[in-house]
Design a protein around this ligand. Structure first.
Ligand code: CNA
Length: 250
């Protein structure tokens, strides 16, 4: 293991333009469960209940969605960045970081102190809510108070439209500008590090694929195997906070 970590340290030292791609596994050590590990969110909720078209068409689906959302937000609102988030902040401090492409909606890269412009939240954020009709934006905590006071499905104050957290659901279109930015960085990075992602969700998983296609080196740090392991220059199946912390030396 020490050899693998040293190899990673060397690759990071040689890199000039790094792209970090993060998934839910980065935040499990901050107390936020991932989706696919045992005990994760998909053990409790049926993903097919949470598709975007069902959310739009069925009040019952919206009740289930907000139930899940309240439970999930409770785990993330006060969560704090762990050693892996801080190691990524250190990479920015060393002027090595092009950008972070994150599938996480938990704001922990912001809390770790990375520059907001460098954080590309391709699946959105759980910390704001928008009206799907008029676009009015709300802080999540404002909506949270309503939900905690017994409202099962909140609606827009201005137009009565359907409110939804600013996260991307299955079947909802991806944010085009953010994806374009992610692919632009993937085409110019010299080292891409994937951390804590099963890489089964597309198009997120195509970002490191694009990096490799454009000649970048690839490191994967994830507890379980991923479909891109065979294309990586270095793969470590272990705790991301421990391994990245050691690699970066914090
Ligand atoms: P995932 O599919 O749940 O995969 C997570 C991966 O992380 C798994 O392969 C685990 O083996 C691995 N893992 C878990 N803990 C650790 C650890 N401590 N060290 C190393 N590896 C670990 O999650 P993805 O992000 O790949 O899936 C994409 C979904 C999940 C996105 O839509 C996210 O928005 C969504 N999600 C986000 C959060 C969050 O914001 N924290 C939490 C749960 C799910």
């Amino acid at each position: 293991m020490d050899n693998l970590v040293s190899k990673g340290t060397q690759m990071i030292e040689e890199a000039r333009k790094m792209l970090v791609v993060t998934g839910a596994g980065l935040s499990t050590e901050s107390g936020i469960p991932d989706f696919r590990s045992p005990g994760g969110v998909w053990d409790k909720y049926d993903p097919s209940e949470l598709y975007f078209d069902r959310f739009l068409s069925s009040e019952k689906a919206r009740v289930t969605y907000w139930q899940m959302s309240v439970e999930f937000y409770d785990t993330m609102k006060d969560a704090q960045p762990n050693r892996a988030h801080m190691a990524i902040k250190e990479l920015e401090d060393r002027s090595k970081l092009l950008a972070i492409v994150t599938q996480n909606i938990d704001h922990l890269h912001h809390k770790a102190g990375n520059t907001p412009e460098k954080i590309i939240e391709i699946h959105g954020t759980a910390f704001t809510v928008s009206c799907l009709d008029c676009g009015k934006k709300y802080e999540r905590d404002v909506i949270e108070e309503r939900l905690k006071s017994g409202v099962k499905v909140p609606y827009c104050d201005d137009c009565g439209g359907i409110l939804k957290p600013d996260t991307i659901s299955f079947g909802q279109s991806m944010p085009e500008e953010k994806m374009a930015l992610a692919f632009m960085h993937a085409s110019e990075c010299d080292l891409c590090i994937v951390m804590g992602s099963s890489l089964v969700v597309y198009p997120a998983a195509s970002v490191p694929e694009e990096a490799v296609r454009n000649g970048s080196k690839l490191i994967i740090i994830n507890r379980d195997t991923t479909s891109l392991d065979s294309q990586a220059d270095l793969v470590i199946h272990d705790s991301v906070s421990r391994i990245l912390g050691q690699m970066v030396g914090i």
